[in-house]
Design a protein around this ligand. Structure first.
Ligand code: SF4
Ligand code: SF4
Length: 142
């Protein structure tokens, strides 16, 4: 997922409410100086999205947008974003490694590692490296 998804699904379809949450979710996004016809500021890409630079499917901006979340709420199966799914698996399967979480969710290890490390930064999970183990294990922060 890239900024392009947020742009085509929300911004270009005039659903953006100018809340700025996406800009807070990523250093590559800034809100416009000027307002649009709805008198709202608009998110703009400054520099380059991770997807464009290193090909990593990120999607933080898309998943953090309240308009996206509102749409997903209608479909509970899709409501949890990737980070929430990773957190749920860590809660339900403590001491899981990245490959195990990725396997349980059917996602790539790159994507799971990105979200798990973000959860560590947010102090929602912690990791430990056990002796003679290559992969760290993840636990919900108590
Ligand atoms: S790096 Fe992630 S959060 Fe930032 S613009 Fe790209 S997809 Fe959105
Ligand atoms: S989070 Fe969504 S609604 Fe808010 S500014 Fe960004 S695109 Fe617009």
């Amino acid at each position: 997922m890239s900024f392009e998804l947020l742009k085509t699904k929300i911004i270009d379809t005039n659903q953006c409410i100018g809340c700025g949450i996406c800009a807070k979710s990523c250093k590559h996004i800034e809100m416009s100086e000027t307002v649009n016809e709805k008198k709202k500021k608009t998110p703009l890409l400054k520099g380059k999205c991770i997807m464009t630079t290193i090909g990593l499917a990120c999607g933080n901006c898309y998943n953090s947008c309240p308009m996206v979340r509102r749409g997903k709420k209608k479909d509970p199966e899709n409501f949890l974003n990737t980070r929430e799914k990773v957190l749920k698996v860590i809660e339900e399967h403590p001491k899981s490694t990245i490959p195990k979480i990725a396997d349980l969710l059917g996602l790539s290890t790159i994507k799971v590692r990105f979200e798990a490390l973000r959860l560590v930064e947010l102090n929602q999970v912690e990791f430990q490296i056990l002796p003679n183990q290559r992969d760290p294990i993840f636990l919900k922060t108590t």
